[in-house]
Write a protein that binds this ligand. Structure first.
Ligand code: NAP
Ligand code: SF4
Length: 678
């Protein structure tokens, strides 16, 4: 049945010497499990994905030598002793019937350590260390390191390697003139600049033999000003094919590119057309990548002839059974990656172990398990935001009986506001998943029910989980009862009419969300690929180097917005590391005025009166039609006290516990972990 629905996605791929069972490649992703000796955890993590039927797994990046480390003591594979430790990983995957390739990643000038090396001594805009320029023999040494790493991978039982040639890392740096100013045999015209990747692939093939997968990840659109031309990219792809690669994977954009490539506001499958261009140029299988998170998107991409495989990394963090559920016609049970980056990439950049916002078990497979409860008990969960729902699902999954009470008519709490923000449409998927799981696990939902402590006590539950969330903070500004003043709930949930000129008080996550909502007036560029590409200045790489247009084309913003905060410093400083810059860029491109270091003096008919600094200088009226309060939130946990006083085991989670810096990641993690131990 599902083979008929997803015929392209579920078709095997014959590589000659071996066959992949379907067209899903689990893309490489650094999780933190690669560093140190966490091979048992890594084995459990990958085994679960192999059991979930993924066609080919690619590990996070391993450096071929110390210079290639992404950061000090990052994962490296160069010695026999290191290779031996990987055995547990490869056998775990093979036992589950999977295949796994090791990614060889040399960081080059993106390395976060003082021993970084690169083609030329040019620091990247995203790292503090200036790399040392390699000598001619120094480059030769790096080539040998790549080859040796591939040999060690084979000894360790891997089915192949992926040579990381994109995203602006070491190999990629040789290809473009802005990072390669060499005049020896590794620099100069493009034939010379591409010598490095071609030699690496050629010599790796010679060393590992014919029956070993070599994937080359090729930067198909650099998205940087001096990026490669399309002619150069095609020449490289053909040379890589001739050098003996089995598969070419797609890389989109250097890390220093100022175009979002994987964030949730990037349209689904936004770059598959780039791989499709390459399809006519080479004969070996191509993999496409970036923002593919549903079987339907993947199937469509393959059916359209864009590629032979699709790469998904984060979606397999979110749901290890993605492929299995597709095969078994259970697509509506897939826990969909919402591309938020909050628990995966943002963790990596903060030097923390990765996980997944929608699946806190990701990378914690050996420690967080939802085992069946010995005795089934009755729980009430009050509040159906992400914390309450997660607790309910884990409790019900473990065999407990759960009543979930919700004051509103629908489940989801604040997620219902997030889903209306342009570029945050993926929250619909999260709610869809929650609704389906509630149905499957038999959680009893009581909508439109503001349950009281008395009613809860009368029902004699074995435990009550208070997940009643938050309420907007009262900023206590003089005149705030003026009809111009709205709360973010009025705007996002109740759709109150909003005028042309708006001041937003508070520049946290919700202040930014409200600004984007009002700027676009309900329209979402994420749902229109051509518009989105034009806004970010992305064009066919055959038209402009690196696929970057000379200018961006953006429609007039729907409103004039001023976004205010009391602190000095950058607006949105607490937004995610990998996404905050995108939100700031969107606001800037739409001429949003960002003002900090203000005091809110008064609200009146003219608008908002602010003064500046500790001395309350320069009182100025900001003349606006509306003022929207986004001044943070405080916990709502009135049920806790009476329940505890009556001796009922009571657990407070999510925003009801701590409202400050609450987000769905913490809420889901806290709800799931509590329910796992009850
Ligand atoms: P928040 O991030 O804590 O921001 C609250 C804002 O209100 C701050 O800018 C703060 O700045 C201001 N504020 C605090 N007390 C105030 C007062 N008494 N008077 C006036 N202004 C005051 O809270 P939020 O925006 O409500 O977001 C809640 C959570 O959801 C956050 O953790 C956020 O990360 C998360 N979220 C994230 C996103 C996203 O990542 N895009 C989107 C939505 C929500 P000053 O104190 O400097 O004035
Ligand atoms: Fe996807 Fe967010 Fe999970 Fe990362 S944390 S895998 S982006 S849902």
């Amino acid at each position: 049945m599902s083979d008929a629905r997803y015929p392209h996605l579920l078709a095997p791929l014959d590589l000659g010497f071996t066959t992949l069972k379907n067209r899903v490649l689990m893309g490489s992703m650094h999780t933190g499990l690669e560093d140190g000796n966490k091979h048992d955890r890594l084995a459990a993590y990958f085994a679960e994905r192999a059991r979930g039927d993924v066609g080919l797994i690619v590990t996070g990046g391993y450096a071929p030598n110390r210079a290639g480390w992404v950061k000090p003591f990052a994962g490296k594979l160069s010695t026999r002793a290191e290779a031996a430790k990987h055995r547990v990983v490869t056998s775990a995957v093979h036992t589950e019937g999977g295949k796994i390739a090791l990614q060889i990643l040399h960081a080059g000038r993106y390395a976060y350590h003082p021993f970084a090396v690169a083609p030329s001594k040019i620091r990247s805009p995203i790292t503090p260390f200036t790399p040392r320029a390699l000598s001619t023999s120094g480059v030769e040494k790096q080539v040998r390191a790549f080859v040796r790493c591939a040999q060690r991978a084979r000894e360790a039982g891997y089915d192949g390697v992926e040579i990381m040639g994109s995203e602006g890392y070491f190999i990629n740096e040789f290809l473009v003139t802005h990072t390669n100013r060499r005049t020896d045999r590794w620099g100069g015209d493009f034939t010379q600049r591409m010598r490095l990747p071609v030699e690496i692939v050629e010599r790796t093939r010679q060393a590992v033999g014919d029956d070993f997968i070599i994937i080359y990840r090729l930067s198909m659109i650099d998205l940087i000003p001096d990026g490669n031309t399309w002619e150069e990219t095609v020449a490289l792809a053909r040379a890589i094919e001739s050098a003996g690669a089995t598969i070419i994977n797609t890389g989109i954009g250097w890390h220093e590119a100022r175009v979002p490539t994987i964030a949730t506001s990037v349209p689904r499958g936004a770059f598959a057309w780039v791989t499709k261009k390459m399809k006519q140029e080479v004969t070996i299988p191509l993999v496409t990548s970036n923002r593919i998170n549903l079987p339907s998107t993947a199937e469509q991409i393959l059916a359209d002839g864009c590629s032979d495989m699709v790469s998904m990394a984060r979606p397999l963090l979110a749901d290890p059974e993605f492929v299995l559920k597709t095969r078994e016609d259970r697509v509506d049970e897939i826990n969909v990656c919402i591309a938020c980056n909050q628990a995966c990439l943002d963790h990596t950049f903060a030097n923390k172990m990765s996980s997944c916002l929608v699946n806190p078990r990701a990378c914690h497979e050996t420690e967080l398990n939802y085992e069946k409860a010995g005795v089934s008990r009755r729980f009430a969960v009050v509040g159906s935001g992400p914390a309450g729902i997660s607790a309910s699902l884990v409790l019900a999954g473990r065999g407990h009986t759960v009543d979930l009470f919700e004051a509103a008519g629908e489940i989801g709490g604040q997620l219902n506001m997030a889903k209306v923000i342009p570029g945050k449409e993926e929250f619909h998927e999260m709610l869809g998943y929650f609704n389906r799981q509630i149905e499957l696990l038999g959680v009893h939902v009581h909508p439109n029910t503001s349950i009281t402590a008395e009613s809860l006590l009368a029902r004699s539950y074995d435990g009550v989980i208070v997940a009643t969330g938050v309420t907007p903070r009262d900023p206590k500004i003089e005149g705030q009862e003026h009809p111009k003043v709205l709360s973010y709930i009025d705007v996002l949930r109740n759709r109150a009419p909003v005028g042309q000129r708006v001041a937003i008080i508070g520049a946290g996550g919700i202040g930014f969300d409200v600004a984007e909502f009002l700027l676009h007036d309900g329209h979402s560029p994420t749902l229109d690929l051509d518009e989105w590409l034009a806004e970010w200045g992305v064009v066919d790489p055959a038209e402009a180097r690196g696929g970057l247009a000379a200018e961006r084309v953006r429609p007039e913003p729907a409103r004039e917005i001023t976004l205010l905060q009391r602190k000095a410093g950058k607006h949105g400083a607490n937004l995610g590391k990998t996404t905050g810059w995108i939100h700031r860029a969107v606001l800037k491109m739409n001429n949003v005025r960002m003002i900090g270091d203000v005091n809110y003096e008064r609200i009146g008919d003219e608008g908002l009166l602010v003064s500046y600094g500790d001395k309350r200088e320069n009182p100025t009226w900001i003349e606006v039609d509306n003022i929207v309060l986004c001044a943070g939130q405080v916990p709502l946990c009135e049920l806790q006290e009476p329940l505890e006083a009556a001796g009922v085991p009571t657990y407070v989670i999510g925003g009801a516990d701590v409202a400050a810096e609450l987000d769905a990641k913490r809420a889901i993690d806290q709800g799931s972990r509590l329910a796992a131990r009850l």
